[in-house]
Design a protein around this ligand. Structure first.
Ligand SMILES: C[S@@+](CC[C@H](N)C(=O)[O-])C[C@H]1O[C@@H](n2cnc3c(N)ncnc32)[C@H](O)[C@@H]1O
Ligand code: SF4
Ligand code: SF4
Length: 332
């Protein structure tokens, strides 16, 4: 490349679909533009100090422009979602992650929502949420900043059964326009609101069971609720079919990372009629980097792929986990 070519060579442009169209209400009292789970955030805004979401939206627009001009925020460097610039014209919000509460009724040893213990479960019962998400969500609707048809709600947080105003939040979305409401839940409590969402074809449920038997379940989740969770899955399937029910297996090092456990898990899924499986690796192992994927993890992945193919089930592996499995180790 000669000097003139170098001089006129356009600076690389980037974009991120999540930055363009997502919002993430966190339990750290912040609003962030994405929930890439492992990387980021690109920017934060302390919500309990705010009455309006407008300033956040305009700061986000500036970041989108910066990416187009080749300026990558520190938090986005190395993120799998960062891509070469793609033209976008619609910047309305089409995904909201609700992660603003941590209250839960079990204590998974891997939970990324803080150190979970039995004491914490009790303490959670009366813990208030940090801020009112509905105030901000209504403002987005009022200002036509939501893509009502596409809008995908991702209830992360603690467990939805412990979020006191979950019915009000869900009803607001149903009244004001929503595509799909995704509810990850430990399924310890049967919730008629979930059954209704499934029947309306507006809901998706995901349960991380992580085990094929009571004993392993109890070691990982620290509550004796394997049978209850399975019963509730069966009840949802009986009421609304199995199209939108996902069961996840998070491989937790030294606890369920063996093919016997995974085989028992898959047998159970086939028995109760689950059609969608998600396989993941404990984030604690991959967030900090320097984790070499043990060979036996690949046996589980192989078995998952073969069994799902044989039984006509869908298998999902999240993007970051796919990358880590492909390269054989995690990087920071
Ligand atoms: C914090 S939970 C909240 C929702 C609900 N209580 C549940 O567990 O399904 C959100 C999601 O993060 C996943 N998760 C939490 N900690 C994780 C970890 N260390 N590795 C992988 N996934 C994790 C859970 O399985 C769940 O799907
Ligand atoms: S590039 Fe990654 S960290 Fe940055 S906004 Fe997109 S998803 Fe978030
Ligand atoms: S059920 Fe969800 S929120 Fe509760 S401890 Fe497990 S991962 Fe954390």
């Amino acid at each position: 490349m000669n000097f003139l070519e170098k001089f006129f060579k356009k600076k690389k442009s980037y974009s991120c679909a999540l930055l363009n169209n997502h919002l993430h209400f966190t339990s750290r009292d912040t609003l962030e533009p994405c929930c890439s789970a492992n990387i980021g955030p690109a920017m934060v805004s302390e919500l309990s100090k705010k009455n309006s979401i407008k300033e956040f939206i305009s700061n986000k627009k500036q970041l989108i422009k910066n990416l187009k001009n080749g300026i990558i925020p520190e938090g986005c460097k190395g993120c799998v979602h960062l891509e070469e610039y793609k033209e976008a014209t619609d910047f309305r919000i089409n995904k909201i992650t609700l992660n603003h509460y941590t209250q839960c009724n079990c204590a998974c040893i891997y939970c990324t929502q803080g150190n979970r213990t039995f004491e914490k479960i009790k303490e959670d019962e009366n813990k208030p949420v940090l801020y009112d998400v509905l105030k901000f969500i209504n403002e987005l609707y009022d200002n036509d900043l939501i893509d009502k048809e596409k809008l995908y709600i991702d209830f992360q947080g603690g467990n939805i059964s412990c979020l006191k105003n979950h019915q009000e939040i869900i009803q607001t979305f149903l009244d004001r326009g929503v595509g799909t409401i995704y509810i990850p839940t430990n399924n310890i409590v049967y919730m008629p609101v979930i059954e209704n969402l499934l029947k309306m074809k507006k809901g998706e449920v995901c349960t991380a069971l992580d085990a094929g038997c009571k004993e392993t379940y109890e070691r990982i989740k620290q509550v004796d609720k394997f049978d209850k969770s399975i019963d509730n899955l069966k009840k949802y399937i009986a009421a609304a079919g199995n199209d939108s029910i996902i069961v996840k297996y998070i491989i937790v090092n030294g606890h369920n990372d063996n093919i016997d456990e995974f085989t028992k898990f898959m047998d159970k899924m086939i028995e109760i009629g689950i059609k969608i499986i998600v396989l993941d690796i404990d984030y604690r192992d991959i967030i900090d980097g320097c984790f070499t994927i043990p060979n036996h993890y690949y046996d589980i992945v192989k078995y998952a792929k073969e069994t799902c193919r044989k039984h006509n089930m869908d298998l999902g592996i999240p993007p970051y986990t796919t990358k880590v499995l492909e390269q054989g180790f995690s990087t920071k």
